[in-house]
Design a protein around this ligand. Structure first.
Ligand code: 6PG
Length: 476
């Protein structure tokens, strides 16, 4: 029997679905799981695809089943387990074999793993996979980091299993080393911002306009047929319209308002801060998840402080207000994506990756969680202006910002005056207002720094005098 084209370790939900996807596209795949029972059950349940799946019960048998140079996808919990798995595999592998970490790894771990394998003759790929369970099974978006040579070995398989947008596969080699996992991290950071902004808009509709979950679902459904068309808006309509089988209430009303997080959003914010790139939408979203998790503390604070004493939420024209909400969400989304792409541009320079921005937007158009029509517009903006300093100064997006930021300003104002928290929406407005203002206020900060620490400043007239007159009497 012919050898398998590829191997996969880790038959959890994501790994199992990815393996079935690979087999379905006509490739022979060897699979291995720590628990032999899981491997047996997976094979037994694989239906028509059974003949293309080689279930292996030992690592030795698994490695021998794959055609060299062997690409081996590792789809297990990110972190130490990956290092342990790599160590366990190493003795059985030969020169040129490729270990592919397809989990949500921190790109710094990925870079370290490249380092560990350097000079061993073995290769590594850090591969971001987005799209959840469904994506893994029927077409994810795949972000590859590693050598071009190792990508060439897996390109055919990955191209066949990736999601397609207008027939184009949503997979690409993005650069050496940690490039793929970095891009996946920023994808998730943007995903956090997108989700938080949607939740804030939901909050205005629920607590401001006092609409029911079903009614709000209708609003999102309408928006999904317009410029906001995207997977996250689509599923928001669905979750808002779902009924709890236990109580008959809207499902969403029965869910505790405490959000979980596994780390990728936080990593995006940390990396942005480390590189000095503003990513306020992602930061606000991560902070909002943290505040959400402090449920008991928030309830205690509400008992002490009460809700803001603002009276009834007033809206003169409900239909116009809902149109403003739609445009505000679009404007804020532009801000978050602009920030995410700026973080990637900075990382590309810092790590020497040469990240292809139009390609990244292109492979996010389908398969991944943030997939949308909007990403097609980003692809086109970056194709026309690959070196733009920021997405929002490209002609198409500058026009969109000018068209929608008035709505964002009105919505943020209404929410603030109505006592409703909109940290991510407000962060986008603050970002636009700061970024577009040629003369800011940091002259005062420079003066203060010089006053208390003699840190010096540059002058607007370029004169060769870098300290203020604070010492001459003003200081005391
Ligand atoms: C994806 C998702 C996926 C996962 C996140 C959720 O692109 O398919 O982003 O990676 O759902 O890890 O992350 P949190 O648990 O941190 O929300």
């Amino acid at each position: 029997m012919s050898q398998a084209e590829i191997g996969l370790i880790g038959l959890g939900v994501m790994g199992a679905n990815l393996a079935l996807n690979i087999a379905e596209k006509g490739h022979r795949i060897a699979v291995f799981n720590r628990t032999v029972e899981t491997t047996r059950k997976f094979h037994a349940d694989s239906g028509d695809l059974k003949s293309r799946i080689v279930p292996c019960e030992t690592i030795e048998e698994f490695v021998a089943a794959i055609r060299p140079p062997r690409p081996i996808i590792i789809m297990i919990k990110a972190g130490e387990a990956v290092d342990q798995q790599m160590e366990a595999l190493k003795p059985y592998l030969a020169r040129g074999d490729i270990m592919i970490d397809a989990g949500n790894a921190n790109f710094r771990d990925t870079m370290r793993r490249f380092g560990v394998l350097k000079d061993t003759g073995l290769t590594f790929i850090g591969m971001g996979v987005s799209g959840g369970e469904e994506g893994a099974r029927h077409g994810p978006s795949i972000m590859v980091g590693g050598t071009e040579e190792s990508y060439a070995r897996v390109e055919e398989v990955l191209t066949s299993i990736a999601a397609k947008y207008d027939g184009e596969p949503c997979v690409a080699w993005l650069g050496e080393n940690g490039a793929g996992h970095f891009v996946k991290t920023i994808h998730n950071g943007i995903e956090y911002a997108d989700m938080q902004m949607i939740a804030e808009i939901y909050g205005i509709l629920r607590d401001g306009l006092k609409m029911t979950a079903e009614e709000i679902g209708e609003v999102f459904g309408t928006w999904n047929r317009g410029r906001l068309n995207s997977y996250l808006i689509e599923i928001t309509e669905k979750v808002l319209k779902a009924t709890d089988p236990l109580t008959g209430n809207p499902m969403v009303d029965m869910i505790l308002d405490k959000a979980g997080q596994k780390g990728t959003g936080k990593w995006s914010a940390i990396e942005a801060q480390t590189m000095g790139v503003p990513a306020t939408g992602i930061e606000a979203a991560v902070a909002a998840r943290s505040i959400s998790s402090m449920k008991e503390e928030r309830e205690a604070a509400e008992r002490i402080l009460g809700l803001p004493p603002v009276g009834e939420f007033q809206v003169a024209d409900k239909a116009a207000f809902i149109t403003d909400l739609e445009n505000a969400l679009l404007a804020a989304k532009i801000g978050a994506y602009a920030q995410g792409f700026s973080v990637m541009a900075a990382a590309s320079k810092e790590f020497g990756w040469n990240l292809p921005m139009p390609t990244i937007a292109r492979i996010w158009r389908a398969g991944c969680i943030i997939r949308s029509q909007f990403l097609d517009e980003i692809t086109s903006a970056f194709t026309k202006a690959p070196d733009a300093a920021n997405l929002i100064v490209t002609p198409a997006f500058a026009a969109m910002v000018k068209e929608t930021d008035g709505a964002l300003r009105r919505i943020v104002s209404a929410a603030v005056l109505g006592g409703l928290p909109v940290p991510a929406l407000a962060s986008a407005l603050g970002y636009f207002d700061s970024y577009r203002r040629g003369r800011g206020t940091a002259n005062v900060i420079q003066a203060q720094r010089d006053f208390f620490g003699a840190h010096g400043f540059d002058r607007i007239d370029g004169a060769d005098s870098h300290h203020g007159p604070w010492g001459s009497g003003l200081n005391g």
